[in-house]
Write a protein of this length. Structure first.
Ligand code: NAD
Length: 474
C-alpha cells in the first residue's frame, strides 16, 4: 500500500523581515487603544476562532496528513476537536475568571478591601513547534485572547501545510489589528525576538529555548518555555507488563513518536522483560495488522533532516534490536523499534529521540532506577511509572521530578485541555491551558480602595512622628 502523502496545501510565504517591526507596532497600537479589554470582545474573537476550527476541520486534518501522514482520528483528537472543546470551556468560565478576586488580609489592610484585578499583559508572542502545529499555537492563544491580549503567532516552518492553515484561520477569522501571523524560520524569528513583547510563549527544543529566553531577557519579557527532554518510563517488578506494553506502545507511536512527552527510554525490571517485549510485539501486530508501514495509522517523520537524525541514532546503537529496526528514506518511515541497550553511552540514550524508537535497559534495584533517571536528566518533561505497589510509587515519585507524571499510563496526564501542562528545569517553565492559560496571560494587579477620611484615625499609627507609644504597639 502506498503511503504517498496527499499533496496540495502550499507552504506559506515568509513574512518580509523588514515588515515585522510595523506588524508588532500595529498590535501595540491596538492594545493601547483598549479595544481588546471588553470581555464581550474577547468572547466574540473566541467564538470566531471556534468557527474557524469548525469550518477548516478538513483543512486541519489534510494539513496534518500532508505534513506527517497523521491519521484523521488522531488529528481531530489532538488538534481539531481538542481546540474547539478548549474554547467552549473557556467561554463557559470566562465571566468568573475576569471578576475581581477578593484577598483575605490583616486588620490594617481590611478597610482598603484589596482585590486582584485580572488585566491583559499587552502584546504576546507565541512560537510553535512542528509536531502539534495547531494545538501548540492556538492552545496558548486561547488563553491569551481570553485574558484580553493582542497576539503574534509564529508557526513552525517545518510543518508547512499546517502553517498555511494556521495562517488562514487567523487572518480570515480574527481582528487583523489585534492578531497577526509571522511566517518564516530563523531570520524572521530572530527579528521578531528583537521586538518588545509582554510575554513570550515558546514551544520547541531546549537549545532554541535558551536563545528565546536570552532574547526575552533583553526586554525583561517573561516567558513560558515548553521544551523537550529525555522522558523515562519505568516498568517495575510489580507492574502489569502486558498492560504496560500496550500503553507504552500507544505512547510511543502517537504522532509517530514526535511528541514532547513520548517515553524516550524505558527501565524494565528483569522479571518483566520477556513479557514486556513479547506483549509489545503482539500489541504492535494488533495496532497494525497489515504491517506498520502499510498502516494508515502510523505517522511519518516530518522531514529528511529529522529522518536522518533518528536513523543515525539507530545505525549507531550497540544495542540489540528486539522489535522493528527497518527504515525507508523515500517514505521518511521508521519502524516502531524496541532496542535493548546496555547503558547511557548508547547512541539512543544521548538525546531526545522524537521518533518511534524506544531503547530500554534492565535495572532491578529501585534505588539504582531512581539514580539512573536523575543522572540522565533530573528534570524531564514527563515521567511514566508502571507499578501496582503504592509504596514503590511514592518512593519513586518523591525522589524524582518532572513536568508531569502518568502512573500506569503514558501521555494521559497531559491529554485534557483543562489540565496545566508544562515542564520544570531543562524541560521548561510555566504552564497553560484553561484557567492556567488565562492566568499566565493576565497581570494580577493588586488594587486597594482605601476607606474614607474617618479611617485616618486608625491609619494614624503609620504616620511620623514615630512616637514611642506607636513603637510599643509592635
Ligand atoms: P525547534 O526548536 O526546532 O523549533 C521551534 C520553533 O523555534 C520554530 O517555530 C522555529 O522556527 C523556531 N526556531 C528554530 N531555531 C530558532 C533559532 N535559532 N532562533 C529563533 N527561533 C528558532 O523545535 P521543533 O523541532 O519544531 O520541535 C521539537 C522540539 O520541541 C522537541 O524538543 C520537543 O520535545 C519540543 N516540544 C515541546 C513541547 C512542550 O509542550 N513542552 C511540545 C512540542 C514539542
Amino acid at each position: 500500500m502506498s503511503n504517498a502523502k496527499p499533496d496540495g496545501i502550499a507552504a506559506p510565504t515568509a513574512t518580509p523581515v523588514d515588515d515585522i517591526p510595523a506588524i508588532v507596532g500595529r498590535m501595540r497600537t491596538t492594545f493601547r487603544s483598549h479595544a481588546t479589554r471588553p470581555v464581550e470582545w474577547r468572547r466574540q474573537q473566541l467564538r470566531k476562532l471556534w468557527w474557524g476550527f469548525h469550518d477548516h476541520e478538513k483543512n486541519i486534518t489534510a494539513a496534518l496528513a500532508q505534513d506527517i501522514h497523521k491519521a484523521e482520528l488522531e488529528a481531530l483528537q489532538s488538534d481539531g476537536v481538542w481546540l474547539k472543546n478548549a474554547i467552549i470551556d473557556v467561554l463557559a468560565d470566562l465571566d468568573k475568571w475576569t471578576q475581581e478576586e477578593k484577598l483575605s488580609v490583616d486588620l490594617m489592610s481590611m478597610a482598603a478591601s484589596p482585590v486582584i484585578r485580572k488585566e491583559p499583559l499587552g502584546v504576546v508572542l507565541i512560537i510553535g513547534a512542528y509536531n502539534y502545529p495547531f494545538q501548540l499555537t492556538f492552545g496558548p492563544m486561547i488563553g491569551a485572547i481570553a485574558a484580553g491580549n493582542c497576539v503574534v503567532v509564529k508557526p513552525s516552518e517545518v510543518s508547512t501545510a499546517s502553517a498555511t492553515v494556521v495562517t488562514n484561520i487567523i487572518t480570515e477569522r480574527l481582528d487583523p489589528d489585534a492578531f497577526a501571523v509571522i511566517n518564516g524560520s530563523i531570520p524572521e524569528t530572530t527579528k521578531l525576538l528583537e521586538q518588545k513583547f509582554d510575554k513570550i510563549c515558546y514551544t520547541g527544543s531546549t537549545a532554541v529555548g535558551r536563545v528565546v529566553a536570552a532574547a526575552a531577557a533583553k526586554h525583561l519579557t517573561p516567558t513560558i518555555l515548553e521544551l523537550g527532554g529525555l522522558n523515562p518510563c519505568i516498568i517495575s517488578k510489580s507492574a502489569d507488563a502486558k498492560l504496560a506494553a500496550r500503553r507504552v506502545s500507544w505512547g510511543k507511536t502517537l504522532n509517530g513518536g514526535q511528541v514532547c512527552i513520548s517515553p524516550n527510554y524505558a527501565i524494565v525490571h528483569s522479571s518483566k522483560e520477556a513479557e514486556f517485549v513479547d506483549s509489545m510485539a503482539n500489541t504492535l501486530h494488533k495496532f497494525y495488522p497489515n504491517g506498520m508501514q502499510a498502516s494508515p495509522d502510523l505517522a511519518r517523520i516530518v522531514n529528511d533532516r529529522h529522518f536522518h537524525r533518528i536513523k543515525n541514532m539507530l545505525d549507531q546503537t550497540s544495542g540489540e534490536i528486539k522489535i522493528g529496526g527497518r527504515t525507508d528514506e523515500n517514505d521518511k518511515y521508521i519502524d516502531v523499534t524496541l532496542v535493548k541497550v546496555k547503558d547511557e553511552n548508547d547512541s539512543l540514550m544521548k538525546d531526545e529521540i522524537f521518533g518511534p524508537v524506544l531503547p530500554y535497559l534492565v535495572i532491578d534495584n529501585l534505588d539504582d532506577q531512581v539514580e539512573f533517571v536523575n543522572r540522565i536528566s533530573d528534570s524531564p518533561l514527563a515521567l511514566y511509572l508502571f507499578t501496582n505497589d503504592k509504596k514503590e510509587e511514592e518512593y519513586i515519585l518523591s525522589r524524582t521530578r518532572s513536568g508531569g507524571v502518568s502512573v500506569n499510563d503514558c501521555i494521559w496526564h497531559a491529554a485534557s485541555h483543562k489540565v496545566p501542562f508544562g515542564g520544570i528545569g531543562d524541560s521548561g517553565m510555566g504552564n497553560y491551558r484553561d484557567k492556567f492559560g488565562f492566568d499566565q496571560f493576565s497581570h494580577h494587579r493588586t488594587t486597594a480602595r482605601q476607606a474614607g477620611g474617618w479611617f485616618e484615625a486608625i491609619l494614624d499609627a503609620r504616620y511620623p512622628p514615630y512616637l514611642p507609644s506607636k513603637l510599643s504597639q509592635y
